[in-house]
Design a protein around this ligand. Sequence first.
Ligand SMILES: Nc1ncnc2c1ncn2[C@@H]1O[C@H](COP(=O)(O)OP(=O)(O)O)[C@@H](O)[C@H]1O
Ligand SMILES: [Mg+2]
Length: 295
Amino acid sequence: MSTGTENNAPEKNGPENNGPENNGPDAGSTDATSPHGTGPHGTSPHGTSTGTTEPLLSCTDLVSGYIPEVDILTGCSVHVDRGELVGIIGPNGAGKSTLIKTLFGLVPVRSGVVTLHHEDITSAPAHRLVASGVGYVPQNNNVFPSLTVEENLEMGMFVRPKDFAERFARVSELFELLADRRRQKAGSLSGGERQVVAMGRALMTDPKVLFLDEPSAGLSPLMQDSVFEAVNTINDSGVSILMVEQNARQCLDISDRAYVLDQGKDAYTGTGEELATDPKVIELYLGTLAHIDEQ
Ligand SMILES: Nc1ncnc2c1ncn2[C@@H]1O[C@H](COP(=O)(O)OP(=O)(O)O)[C@@H](O)[C@H]1O
Ligand SMILES: [Mg+2]
């Protein structure tokens, strides 16, 4: 299933993304806000979806940005139903990371609404979102390379340190690697393994919905496959997922539904399969890859 054509970067074996040794998880920008709303209702053909159409998380007409008077999200509406794996693809600079960061309270919301189970969480701070069941794995610097795997997971539990043993056992059931390598420094792991540590850390707080920003970025095709498998494993365990990916084909392959984000707006939406076979989407966003796949 690997297309492996979109990301030719070799897997890095050193500390994540060549960052300095002690780079900790990147919490994104430090601006504060968070979005959601009520979007269209899609069905969820995949994983543990209950088949209800009630959105777990949603944002409506979200406008946000970093610099005054420059909007990056320009009216974006996206939702995630319970149990769904929802993908976000789109060109570089479309605002995919900004969407995730805005939803997680890290970029100021200028207008629009974000809801989590009917609760208005627009502009809620990240720590409150984590307590409400939202997890976030940033694209870069998402593990502490000089800490062990176990210590990395402890960092994910700072809000509920007493539950560590129970959560560690639960998360290690999903990913044995975390128990097997618990005393190993995260920086000594492969890029794909580090992504599992980063996702494992986010799972320690028992999120209902997990935001993933380009989990396959910078990995070899083989490692990309293993990361997408890990994403599926998490989704199958009952966690809803909103995943941004540059690796559009593979993202659509594993997504129940997906959105194409363009210029800060949801331009197209449909099931992963619908988008992957939509001539307009192929022409505008999957063109190169589509041709390669046809060969
Ligand atoms: N911290 C920031 N400050 C100012 N502008 C930013 C910041 N981060 C991203 N941008 C701008 O926002 C736009 C969307 O970026 P981003 O959300 O990272 O796109 P994508 O993830 O789709 O590639 C780009 O024009 C980018 O330059
Ligand atoms: Mg991005």
